[in-house]
Design a protein around this ligand. Structure first.
Ligand code: G6Q
Length: 539
């Protein structure tokens, strides 16, 4: 029998079990279902899993040649088959001396060269050697990019706010809605502002529109064309488009087509991060990711954090039919991590065609969502505790705060621990009854409200606990998620590295835009025609 058949049978068998039964059956469950790796503690004991299930999940991973595929990624094979590209974000943080070849050429010297150029630039800006057109030091950096050229840098910069370099204010513009860039213009001075145009292709409509608006605004502030080179830099794979925009090659930080947009914060796309937190901290971020890369590549599957994490997600998606997964960081700085993960996970694995071009007959991908704790406890946690759907939850916490203020941090962590426990143990009718009796309610009153206060529990969760939210720790967290997405892509047999849904949007908008600006007869469906007409006529 195939592993999938066996897992289906297993699910049938244990679907009425309670996670607590697993704890009762195994006094060492926590030890057996958790991994310590350097400063990361990953507790996956509160799940519907046992050794048999994990073994079957590994069997599925082996059937899909997981280890060969990990090797293929790390050695630069062109695993992104629809774009005929290697997938080498791991090369961007490869601190070993080992070469990595693409088409017979070692990519590492170029990677190091760009990192060095970035470092020199960052240090010049911070030291004041790099000056604006009136001889003033740079105080504001505006990153203009979208999707993969925005979400990672914006998330990391916010997450590491405690490491922020003094005297540099960061701004991120992504939306084509003019309100986004206009609000930034109100806060900056052209003489002391550096614009970073971050776009892998340098053709993305939103980014190029914002970039031209920024350029026009800059020129309207008593600056000349010649001054552009002091205030605009580009992060891209498209040298000629950067030149056409007026950015000379010295101001261009290159990366390569084997860096996927949503995996690009480690590349030149991370320039805004390095400007925000300083070069050493940026390198620390890369080192964190590198540590996990080594772990992912070499640890046995049953001790491998991204692998186990991915297998559990696959188990729920494909055998329990849970289509969503909440990620809740108990850290205000990490509030935008779920947003970043939405792109990473959903753009990578939201695919109904497998790698061989067949329509799949099983679910793939999942709805990733979340928000920082404790805020989310006061919004959607109700749904997690008593909603009709079960949503597995992944908690992320840190033992120490960056700055301890009174009892805040202990209270924050207490909430995380209590939520994870409550999701599992729930609250029985008997407990509710005793509680209500002690409050002096009559039996009739108790019967009326009792059921509303019962929590069935038995809702699974994982906990990631790290020492502190440092650049290195964040690098590790992101890398765990990247590799988890990879493993799930292997299990689903999809290409996790293309994004035709995004490309579709890029094409469609241009066509509609041209039609809005013309009087030609429209050939869409009636709903689309009518709305285009309304915009044309502004009514
Ligand atoms: C990411 C996607 C997508 C991309 C943006 C921006 O993996 O490809 O989100 O990052 O569309 O693209 P550019 O960097 O080319 O402007």
């Amino acid at each position: 029998m195939e592993c999938k058949e066996k897992l289906k049978k297993y699910q049938e068998k244990i679907k009425e079990y309670n996670i607590l039964d697993f704890f009762r059956a195994d006094a060492k469950r926590v030890k057996n279902y958790s991994i310590h790796f350097n400063d990361i503690y990953f507790d996956y004991s509160k799940n519907y899993i046992n050794k048999d299930i994990l073994n079957l999940l590994m069997e599925c991973a082996n059937q899909n040649h997981l280890q060969d595929k990990i090797k293929a990624m790390f050695t630069g094979e062109k695993i992104n088959i629809t774009e005929n590209r290697a997938v080498l974000h791991i090369a961007l943080r490869n601190f070993s001396k080992n070469p990595i070849f693409v088409d017979g050429v070692d990519v590492m010297p170029k990677v190091r060269e760009v990192l060095q150029k970035m470092q020199q630039f960052v240090e010049k800006v911070h030291s004041g050697e790099w000056l604006g057109f009136t001889g003033k030091k740079i105080t504001d950096v505006v990153n203009i990019g979208i999707g993969g050229s925005h979400l990672g840098p914006a998330m990391v910069t916010k997450a590491l706010i405690n490491y922020k370099v003094k005297g540099i204010n960061m701004h991120f513009v992504s939306n084509i809605d003019a309100d986004d860039i206009s609000s930034v213009f109100k806060k900056i001075n052209a003489e002391t502002t550096l614009f970073i145009i971050a776009s892998k292709t340098f053709t993305t409509l939103e980014t190029m529109t914002n970039a031209h608006t920024a350029r026009n605004w800059f020129l309207s502030q008593n600056a000349s064309e010649n001054d552009i080179q002091k205030h605009f830099v580009a992060l891209s794979t498209n040298k000629s488009a950067c030149r056409d925009f007026g950015i000379p090659s010295e101001n261009m930080f290159e990366f390569w087509n084997w860096v996927g947009g949503r995996y690009s914060l480690w590349s030149a796309i991370g320039l805004s991060i390095a400007l925000a937190i300083g070069w050493t901290n940026f390198e620390e971020l890369l080192h964190g990711a590198y540590e996990i890369d080594r772990h992912f590549e070499h640890a046995p599957l049953n001790e491998n954090i991204p692998v186990i994490y991915a297998l559990i997600g696959y188990w729920y998606r494909n055998f329990w039919n849970y289509s969503a997964n909440a990620v809740i960081p108990y850290s205000n700085e990490l509030a935008t991590l779920p947003e970043f993960l939405q792109q990473l996970d959903m753009e990578s694995n939201g695919k109904y065609v497998d790698i061989d071009g067949n329509i799949v007959n099983y679910p793939t991908g999942q709805l990733i969502w979340g928000e920082a704790g404790t805020n989310s406890q006061h919004s959607f946690f109700q749904y997690l505790h008593q909603g009709t759907d079960i949503i597995p939850v992944d908690f992320i916490g840190f033992i120490s705060a960056f700055q301890e203020v009174g009892e805040h941090h202990k209270l924050l962590l207490s909430n995380m621990i209590a939520q994870s426990e409550a999701l599992m143990i729930g609250k029985s009718a008997n407990q509710v009854e005793t509680e209500l009796q002690s409050q002096g309610l009559s039996q009739a009153q108790i019967e009326k409200i009792k059921q509303h206060k019962v929590f069935r529990g038995n809702r699974p969760s994982n906990i990631f606990l790290l020492e502190k939210l440092t650049p290195r720790a964040l690098g590790k967290i992101i890398s765990i998620f990247e590799h988890k997405v990879f493993v799930q892509g292997v299990l689903w047999n999809v290409n996790s590295f293309d994004q035709w849904g995004v490309e579709l949007g890029k094409q469609l908008a241009t066509k509609v835009y041209n039609e809005i600006n013309s009087v030609e007869v429209l050939n869409h469906d009636n709903s689309t025609n009518y709305i285009i007409d309304m915009i044309r006529n502004k009514k």
